[in-house]
Structures are given as structure tokens and as C-alpha cells.
Write a protein that binds this ligand. Structure first.
Ligand code: CMX
Length: 435
């Protein structure tokens, strides 16, 4: 270790102890309406943002413009012969605050298809990266390269009036949503299928065409993609990806730059990357146990080992939710209907039976229940999309729907630059010493 690094390392333990002691003494004291613990604790439970498109209830889970996932499944248009809601429809609902009819959805689908041509330099930017780069790195390179097309950036340079900001932002947001499936499919086929690409089929809906370009033309997989893109699209405003898009967007960065910021947050293992980690964790467990279907006792022992090694059990827990995530339940219902005897589904179900009690027994995990990521990989694996490092890209494509509906609204209402205050432990100590 270098001298400078070693010097830094000596500072960590005393600082951690100092903060711990300070919080034990003053954690419940307040600055305004906010406790000192909240300042140090990742701002949990602190209302600090407005997000009109969806609201998360700790017990009930997500509602999009007031509608729960089962209500979306009942009320939103689906494909003829299908039953899962179309992502176009949930985007329309979030943007307009109106339930769309079939005609609205068809128009939106056609509009996105018309906008979906990706300029060649975007593929070149992706090609500049090693093929083995994580798909989220390639995804963000593609998103950043798309930013050369920003109509907002062009309009701003040309002196657009602030009351019109929403208009080029709307164009950018719609273009981004339209182009992301092509970019994502390009990365998938480049990395996992010898760079053999599949032309879009514009007769298909947005999610159906995405499935097609990935190389999956199975009708059931397309239904899964519609469900997947719908349930991952928005989770109120404070989650890292949505908040990062909002934060960066508040500087008037264009839709592409703002969205890339959110995708960098989604690529963290405590957020969207957890969907790949779940499958990796299950595969490691199976390998360690010599394959086959692990018993509940074996799963419990593996969970305890994971915790003892100082790691999290991926797919469980949540910063806001305190019950099983309804996005998990929606996916479980899909599995029960389409693949009740799938081996991996049986393991995911067993993990669900075992993990909550183990997490409860730690005495510190606030939510021992599964989140959206505990299930999504199993469904994809079933249909042959087994390359789990790609899973967070799918989450990211979906997250464009909510974040872009929000960005358009932020520009329409003239949302201000986000700039909360911060303080130091030293200043807090002085404050409480004076008291
Ligand atoms: N496994 C092990 N420990 C966990 C845990 C889990 N699944 N969930 C929480 N904990 C631990 C925390 O690490 C924390 O430990 P320390 O006090 O030692 O730091 C303690 O329990 C308290 O945490 P919490 O208040 O219950 O949870 P947070 O709000 O801090 O964190 C989350 C929430 C999601 C980051 C956490 O539950 C976690 O790490 N889960 C596993 C990763 C995961 O599935 N992430 C995906 C979330 C959904 C998404 O964004 O896509």
C-alpha cells in the first residue's frame, strides 16, 4: 500500500466510530423537520421531491397515476390475443393522466416506430468498446452517443424561450424511448450472438419489436416483455435512477445526458444490477451444492453463509417497501400461469419461503421481503435469455418510460434546479454543544 493510501486508511476507523457515537447521542434530534439520523441515513423517509407519475406505498407497493399493477392489467389495452398491458399504454397514462384506448396506443406505437432510426455513429461508439464490456457500459455509451441528436440542446443554443422548453424535451424523450430498444438489442446481439443483428419489424408493438430484435419471436416471451417493460417503468421519484435523471435534468441537461446519469445509478448492485446478481447468486449456490434442486435447508445454509461473508442476499429488501413487492407478485403469477414446473421457478419459490425469516432474524433488515429483481431473471432464463449480465439493460429500457414522462413535465412546469443543502459533522457537533 502506498504511504498516502496507508495514511488515509488510518483515518477510517476513528471517523466511523465518531459518527456512530454522535448518532447514538443526537440521531433523534432535529434540524427543521429532519432528524440527524436521516441526514446520515441516505435521506430515508424524507419527503423531498414531487413525482406525479407514480407513488410508492410501503405496504401496497407502486401505483401509476393511482392505479395498482393488477388494475393496469385490467384497464390498459393489450395486444389482440394477449392480456399483459402494453408499455405504450402505461407511458400514455403517466404522461396524460388518462387511461388510453386502443386507438391512442396504436398511434403512440406508430409514432415511436417512425422515430426509431438510430444514427450509425451510435453503433460505432458501442463498437469502440471491447465486446466483453458489461452491457450497461455499452448501453450508456450508446445513450451518450445518441445525445448528438438532441433537439433541446440545439433549441437552447438557438435561444429558445423557457416557456417552450417542454417542446424539444418532448421530442428528445420520444426519440430516446423509440431508439433504446434498437440500441439495447444491438448490444445483446453484438455481445452474445456473433454481432448478427436483426432488423426491426415495425408491424410489431414497441416491446414485441424489442423481443424480435433480441432474437425472441415466441409469443409468450413477447407478452413477458410487455409485462416487464410495464412494471419496471417507474417507482416514484426518490429511487436512484429516477432521482438521478431528475437531478441532472434540473440543470437543463438534455434528455439523453439526464437519462445516462440515471442508467449509471441503475447499474449499481443495490439497485437495478440486483437482477443479474440474483441469478448469479442462485447459480453459485447450485454449483456449490453440485447442481439439482436445493432443499430449503440447503438454501437456508447458503443464505447464512452469504450473510456471514458480509454480503447482501440480492433481490430482497427495499428502502421504502415493507411487504412483498407487487412487481414480484405479478411476475410470480406469470410464472405460475406459463411455467409452473420450471426448475428455476421452483428454486425462486423456495428462496421466497426461506429468506424472509433469515433476514428477520438479523434484527436489522427493515424489509425481509422480495423485490422486483428476485423474480425477473427466472422468467428470462426460462425463454432462453440466459445471459444475465444483460438484464439490467432491459430494466433500463423500461425505466426510460417513467423518467422521460417526468422530464417532459418538469420542463413544462419550469421545475427549478435541484440544490439541497449539506452540513458537516463538525458543524452539527457545534450546534448540539451550544444547545
Ligand atoms: N441482505 C442482507 N442484508 C440486508 C439486505 C439483504 N437483502 N437488505 C438490507 N440489509 C441490511 C443492510 O445492508 C443494512 O446493513 P448495515 O446496517 O450493516 O449497513 C441493514 O440491513 C439495514 O438496511 P435496510 O434499512 O433494511 O435497507 P436499506 O434501505 O438500507 O437498503 C436495499 C435497501 C435494497 C439496498 C437493501 O435491502 C439491499 O441491499 N438489498 C439487496 C440488493 C437488492 O435487492 N437491491 C434491489 C432493490 C430494488 C431495485 O432498486 O431494483
Amino acid at each position: 500500500m502506498s504511504k498516502i493510501k496507508a495514511h488515509f486508511a488510518t483515518k477510517i476507523e476513528p471517523a466511523v466510530k465518531d459518527i456512530r457515537d454522535f448518532l447514538a447521542k443526537h440521531g433523534d434530534e432535529k434540524m427543521g423537520d429532519i432528524t440527524v439520523s436521516q441526514l446520515y441515513g441516505g435521506m430515508r423517509g424524507m419527503p423531498a421531491l414531487i413525482c406525479e407519475t407514480s407513488k410508492l406505498d410501503a405496504d401496497e407497493g407502486i401505483r401509476f397515476r393511482g392505479y395498482s399493477i393488477p388494475e393496469l392489467q385490467e384497464k390498459l389495452p393489450s395486444m389482440v390475443g394477449g392480456k399483459e398491458p402494453l408499455p405504450e399504454a402505461v407511458f400514455y397514462l403517466m404522461l396524460m393522466n388518462e387511461i388510453p384506448d386502443d386507438d391512442h396506443v396504436r398511434r403512440l406505437s406508430n409514432n415511436w416506430a417512425r422515430r426509431s432510426i438510430v444514427p450509425p455513429h451510435v453503433f460505432k461508439a458501442i463498437d469502440a468498446l471491447p465486446v466483453s464490456s458489461h452491457p450497461m457500459i455499452q448501453f450508456n455509451a450508446g445513450i451518450m452517443a445518441l445525445a448528438t441528436e438532441s433537439e433541446f440542446a440545439r433549441a437552447y443554443r438557438n435561444g429558445i424561450n423557457k416557456k417552450d422548453y417542454w417542446d424539444p424535451t418532448y421530442e428528445d424523450a420520444m426519440n430516446l424511448i423509440s431508439r433504446l430498444p434498437r440500441v439495447a438489442a444491438y448490444i445483446y446481439r453484438r455481445r452474445y450472438h456473433n454481432n448478427e443483428h436483426i432488423e426491426p419489424n415495425h408491424d410489431l408493438d414497441w416491446a414485441g419489436n424489442f423481443a424480435h430484435m433480441l432474437g425472441f419471436d415466441n409469443a409468450e416471451f413477447k407478452e413477458l416483455m410487455r409485462l416487464y417493460m410495464t412494471i419496471h417503468c417507474d417507482h416514484e421519484g426518490g429511487n436512484v435512477s429516477a432521482h438521478a435523471v431528475h437531478l441532472v435534468g434540473s440543470t437543463l441537461s438534455d434528455a439523453y445526458l439526464s437519462f445516462a446519469a440515471g442508467m449509471n445509478g441503475l447499474a449499481g448492485p443495490l439497485h437495478g444490477l440486483a437482477n443479474q446478481e440474483v441469478i448469479r447468486w442462485i447459480q453459485d449456490m447450485r454449483q456449490e451444492l453440485g447442481g439439482g434442486l436445493p432443499s430449503k435447508e440447503e438454501i437456508a445454509a447458503y443464505c447464512k453463509k452469504t450473510l456471514a461473508d458480509g454480503k447482501v442476499i440480492p433481490g430482497f429488501g427495499h428502502a421504502v417497501l415493507r411487504k412483498t413487492d407487487p412487481r414480484y407478485t405479478a411476475q410470480r403469477e406469470f410464472a405460475l400461469e406459463h411455467m409452473p414446473h420450471d426448475d428455476l421457478f421452483l428454486i425462486v419459490s423456495r428462496v421466497y419461503e426461506v429468506v424472509p425469516d433469515i433476514l428477520k432474524a438479523t434484527g436489522k433488515v427493515k424489509n425481509p421481503w422480495p423485490n422486483v429483481d428476485a423474480h425477473s431473471g427466472q422468467l428470462l432464463m426460462h425463454y432462453g435469455l440466459v445471459e444475465y449480465e444483460f438484464y439490467t439493460v432491459l430494466f433500463g429500457v423500461s425505466r426510460a418510460l417513467g423518467t422521460m414522462a417526468n422530464l417532459i413535465w418538469n420542463r413544462a412546469i419550469g421545475a427549478p434546479l435541484e440544490r439541497p443543502g449539506s452540513t458537516t459533522t463538525e458543524l452539527l457537533k457545534e450546534r448540539f454543544a451550544k444547545k
